[in-house]
Ligand binder design. Structure first.
Ligand code: FUL
Length: 480
């Protein structure tokens, strides 16, 4: 009897092993916080530059503008939010305070705010209206509060850091609900007295984190996400989310531009790139640029070089001096959304038979790649860092875009990959050779008709892939 029992338990153990009940791979290198993962999934947010410059036509206000210059005639944040929502943005970040120092909310430590303006008899609050409009549309709300201030008389003295901390507190103390992103630019020009400020960055960060622990902080060095290094909408073709920030500060002490653009392989902290770019030539609205809104093709190309290169896209759509998004911008945004919907409507890899040269075991099968579930992925056994995944498309498919996603909660692991396609002749032909993947990589390839497609991956630790797509883009004409 005892013998029988031990045989039975041995069979049981063997059965378990046979099913391949294995643990998930260990995370590799720097990894994102759960908030950073959620943030990355937003993919596209809207930036709204608005303030005195909207009325003066300047890009950088002087700080000496009279408060009564701020007087939008028809401000309607519901209009901004409904356009943003319809365009596919997941959140809006507004310039609560730009370099001119004017605050779009009644900041208690400033006398250069909406409260001193004629708009709504000084009783208005743009942050309140926008945060409520965002909540109604299910959008997240974020704020840009420029540390550089050309108005505040304390700027350039230690007192200004106190003023700025109180300013941050009045935005983040909950009166505008949850703030998903705090945008810090590194600008550090002269204040009204000709002095520059020595910013107390650790204190600024602590202030935001204390009040909004889930907020992602943007700057050249994070700590939540990093500037991509240019304002033209282009993330690096190689783009690591990890970054080394030790010894660097936002602004003049920032990491080199090419580092911001590509991140650091094996970087110590997870600071994914955010690509901020304006739909117009300037950041602020001006009448003379109503006919200079970026073309649909340009916006699509920006989409590929930002979202398609493991970056978040923050597209600036500046409201005009009425306080409305101009029809030239909203019409273009609707074309942009319609084009993206059309391009990504059909994943030609859906229904493909997926196989891989290695599989970690049950729960990590190659077919997980196509199940549409972010948290279900294919992974190899530990130590197997090179592998190939083949998609048998069940018939011929024609495409010119290849989309691949890594499961970033386990870090960014793939360092190089190629894509090959097999046509009627039964020969594999290389159609792409690239480096990083990250959260999402969309590789433009020349128009390819194939029965099978395979990706050959080389990673620092067993690759973890949770998404793959083949698309036929007949709109953008984008190529690399
Ligand atoms: C920069 C600013 O100097 C520009 O005016 C603009 O706001 C851009 C998004 O950030 O740091």
């Amino acid at each position: 009897m005892r013998r029988l029992l031990s045989i039975a338990s041995a069979v049981f153990v063997l059965t378990l092993a046979g099913c391949g009940e294995v643990a998930p791979p260990e995370p590799y290198g720097a990894t994102p916080s759960p908030q950073q993962v959620e943030w990355q999934k937003m993919e596209m947010n809207m930036f709204a530059h608005f303030g005195p410059n909207t009325f003066t036509g300047l890009e950088w206000g002087l700080g000496t503008e009279a408060e009564d210059i701020f007087n939008p005639t028809a401000l309607d944040c519901d209009q901004w939010a409904s356009i943003a929502k319809a365009a596919g943005f997941k959140g809006i970040i507004i310039t609560g305070k730009h370099h001119d120092g004017f605050c779009l909310w009644p900041n208690p430590v400033s006398v250069h705010t909406v409260a001193q303006s004629p708009w709504k008899d000084g009783k208005g609050d743009v942050l309140k209206e926008l945060s409520e409009a965002c909540a109604k549309e299910g959008l997240k709300f974020g704020v840009y509060v420029s540390p550089w201030d050309r108005n505040d008389p304390h700027y350039g003295t230690p007192e200004y850091n106190d003023v700025y901390v109180k300013t941050l507190e009045s935005v983040h103390d909950g009166r505008y609900g949850e703030v998903f992103e705090q945008w810090f630019d590194g600008a550090n020009g002269e204040g009204p007295n000709g002095k520059r400020q020595v910013y107390d960055w650790p204190r600024f960060h602590e202030t935001v984190l204390k009040l909004q622990p889930r907020a992602i902080m943007f700057s050249d060095t994070g700590p939540g996400c990093r500037w991509v290094g240019n304002e033209s909408g282009i993330a690096g073709r190689t783009n690591w989310s990890p970054l080394n920030t030790k010894g660097f500060t936002p602004g003049a002490g920032a990491p080199p531009i090419d580092t911001l653009n590509s991140g650091n392989v094996h970087g110590a902290v997870w600071h994914p790139a955010e690509t901020d770019v304006s739909i117009r030539p300037g950041w602020f609205w001006r009448e003379s640029e109503n006919d200079k809104v970026k073309s649909l093709k340009k916006l699509l190309s920006i989409y590929y070089t930002s979202v398609g290169r493991n970056s978040l896209l923050l597209l600036n759509v500046p409201p005009d001096n009425r306080g409305l998004i101009h029809s030239a911008d909203s019409a273009r945004l609707m074309e942009f959304k319609a084009a993206l919907d059309e391009i990504f409507k059909v994943n030609l890899a859906d229904g493909a038979k997926v196989s891989a040269t290695d599989c970690r075991g049950k729960g990590f099968k190659a077919r997980n790649i196509l199940d549409g579930d972010f948290d279900s992925y294919w992974a190899t056994s530990d130590g197997v860092n090179k592998a190939t995944v083949t998609f048998d498309l069940a018939g011929e498919k024609t495409f010119n875009r290849v989309l691949i996603q890594e499961y970033i909660p386990l870090g960014q692991r793939v360092k190089a990959f190629t894509v090959e396609a097999m046509g009627e002749d039964g020969q594999w032909k290389e159609i792409a050779r690239e480096t990083t993947i990250g959260y999402k990589r969309i590789v433009p390839v020349s128009k390819t008709t194939a029965q099978k497609v395979r990706i050959n991956l080389e990673a620092y630790a067993s690759p973890v892939i949770n998404g793959f797509g083949l698309y036929d883009d007949n709109i953008s004409e984008y190529s690399e």
